[in-house]
Design a protein around this ligand. Structure first.
Ligand SMILES: O=C1O[C@H](COP(=O)(O)O)[C@@H](O)[C@H](O)[C@H]1O
Length: 256
């Protein structure tokens, strides 16, 4: 039975600190239970703030980072090291400061990677990497303890944009052409893959997110508002600051 909760924090800084603390505990618990942990990162401003907060929290040392797999929910299809790549952001904000096993860091391919400037081939390559990490006898995905998502002003999550054909995609990973948000070419996990994660955390801050967040929690259509279409296998958690939560009914908020 999946559980959905909405947790509201005072401001973006408190939100980032609280999500970082929550993520550290989640990874500690996953390692205690399974011996390893897997997190799916997202890009964007709140994600970067959370990543920086994890770096500064001493409790991060309670995690055996050599047994953490790091995946991405989406990527801007740009050359390796480009400052707008979600991978570059995460490496600078957090990953470069951690004793991770390089073999367990799984960035989405870059546009100057093994498939060149071919996002469909790059998406297929990432799907193959996910399948290769799946445990024998399970679906073509590894166990994903927590998958983090930002929420766009238009209600997009990862690189699944409203009314875009990718909202209907059933393959595990998709190229995205014609993204309404730059850059136009991206790679994304699709909704069915996102929904295979044990927990999904949607993290949003700022008044410009309030309309999309309010409509998604109220149950909008997932094609019109992709944030409305995600549900973790065990848990879906909305982690918001007060401004982003302005249009969320008080009756559905679990904490303030
Ligand atoms: O382009 C993207 O945007 C979303 C949201 O970013 P934000 O800065 O508004 O928080 C992000 O979740 C996604 O990973 C990224 O590619």
């Amino acid at each position: 039975m999946t559980e959905t909760s909405v947790v509201v924090h005072a401001d973006p800084d408190v939100l980032a600190q609280a999500v970082a603390a929550r993520l550290i505990v989640k990874l500690i618990d996953a390692q205690a239970e399974r011996g390893e942990a897997a997190v799916v990162l997202t890009g964007g401003r709140v994600a970067a703030a959370v990543q920086r907060a994890v770096r500064t929290l001493p409790a991060r040392d309670a995690i055996d980072w050599s047994r953490v797999d790091v995946w991405w929910g989406d990527e801007r299809f740009l050359p390796s090291g480009h400052p707008d790549r979600n991978e570059t952001q995460a490496r600078e904000a957090l990953l470069d400061a951690l004793p991770l096993d390089p073999a367990r860091i799984h960035p989405m391919p870059a546009s100057d990677g093994p498939d060149g400037d071919d996002p469909e081939a790059a998406a297929a390559r990432y799907a193959a990497a996910l399948a290769a990490a799946a445990r024998p006898g399970t679906a073509a995905l590894p166990h994903l303890d927590v998958l983090m998502l930002g929420v766009g002003e238009d209600g997009h999550i990862a690189s699944v944009f409203p009314e875009h054909p990718v909202t209907y995609e059933t393959r595990p990973v998709s190229a995205v052409r014609g993204s309404p948000k730059p850059p136009p070419t991206r790679i994304t996990l699709t909704i069915p893959t996102i929904n295979a994660a044990e927990e999904i955390w949607l993290v949003a801050a700022g008044a410009d997110k309030s309309r999309a967040v309010g409509m998604a929690i109220a149950g909008a259509g997932p094609v019109q508002l992709p944030a409305a279409g995600v549900t973790g296998v065990e848990r879906t958690l909305w982690l918001l600051d007060r401004a982003a939560a302005a249009d969320v009914k008080r009756s559905v908020r679990s904490l303030r």
